[in-house]
Design a binder for this molecule. Sequence first.
Ligand code: GLU
Length: 446
Amino acid sequence: MCGIVAYLGEKNAYEIVIKGLQRLEYRGYDSSGVAIQKDNSVNVYKQKGKVQDLIDFAKNKDTKGNLAIGHTRWATHGLPNNINAHPHQSSNGKISLVHNGIIENYSVLKKELEQRGHVFKSETDTEVLVHLIGDIHNNGKQSLFDSVRLALNEVIGAYAIVVISDDNSDELIAARKSSPLVVGLGEGEFFCASDATPIIEYTKNVVYLEDGEIAHISLKNGLKLKTIGNQNKTPYIQELEMHLETLEKGGYEHFMLKEIYEQPQSIMDSMRGRFSVTKGKVALGGILDFEEKLINAKRLIFVACGTSWHAGLVGEYLFEEIARIPVEVEYASEFRYRNPIINEDDVVIAISQSGETADTLAAIKLAKERKATLIGICNVVGSSISRETHCGSYTHAGPEIGVASTKAFTAQVTILTLMSMMIGKRKGTISNERFNRLLVELKCYS
Ligand code: GLU
């Protein structure tokens, strides 16, 4: 989940938001964007790549205004490109939104919204949310705050969002569930951000939103909090004592420690929407079309390097035990330089955090020439491995800064667990009782 910054006050909002996005760059991201409100309209600028690319793009454009939202994206649904970058807008262009997280039930909502005439521009799950808000808002028949609140009642998943409209220069709406969001209270100005780093140089007074809370922020009426169930809440204002450097690392001594503690969240994000205890089912959408190939595979070959190779070793235990398919775990750098025996019945599973590991990429190209079925497990949407493979599953662990992998590894093991359960269930190699018991155990972590 990547970065959000928003500003409402009397200063140039674009400059503050851009500076804030640069403060969040340490989190890693693939694209960025801003929406700036001015004179009953909103200017949206988005660019793939670094925040500097966005600055260059917006250089001679109109960036004036006192209300703006900004985003650094880590793609979970749809390639990292200019169109999929946030902010996204409602069909009539009146409402703009930035989102961190994953909307789990986006495909169901998308179908309904398309039937109601909404046209989607991006491949993101996020765009569903802004169209849904726009649909409820219905050109102002419902207040923006209630439209956001009601829309969030329809949504399953994780989100931190900030919303503005083109015709109100004094209204910021922010909400969160399972993805952090903090509101900064300055002198005659407000800030929102996914962590306090972009805020701390302006004010130390902050309110951390709780799950299921939605904030209405305006210069005239201040900060008002409700639950998405419409109950009033009293904001709890905290005084931050942390320094910028500590904040960037979330209070931890270094990124690796922070990422170790992020594991429950990344495991949860990797499982989100992919199994149901009540339906007794695991469904990894990305590999459904190739499920038969996996079921009929004579053997599986995992190709990977480093930590991902270790995830493969765990995968070997899982697949042999649960799905009863023989597994070979190969070091990609050895595999690619041998003359390995691979044929059409083989399924090769490439595991890589970045999806760019050169040896793993070369190994799957070799396997492709020999007609094997290729499955990718990676963390970066649109990466080379995700493009070269026939199908796959993303891990959704978020950016990993630490060189020694932690949360990316556990997310890989999570996907391998789900995949082996899905295939084992279809093959009948795992008893219903054990399958259901494992589902209940997984549920405890989600
Ligand atoms: N799921 C959203 C997307 O893919 C948001 C990703 C993020 O948290 O940056 O656009």
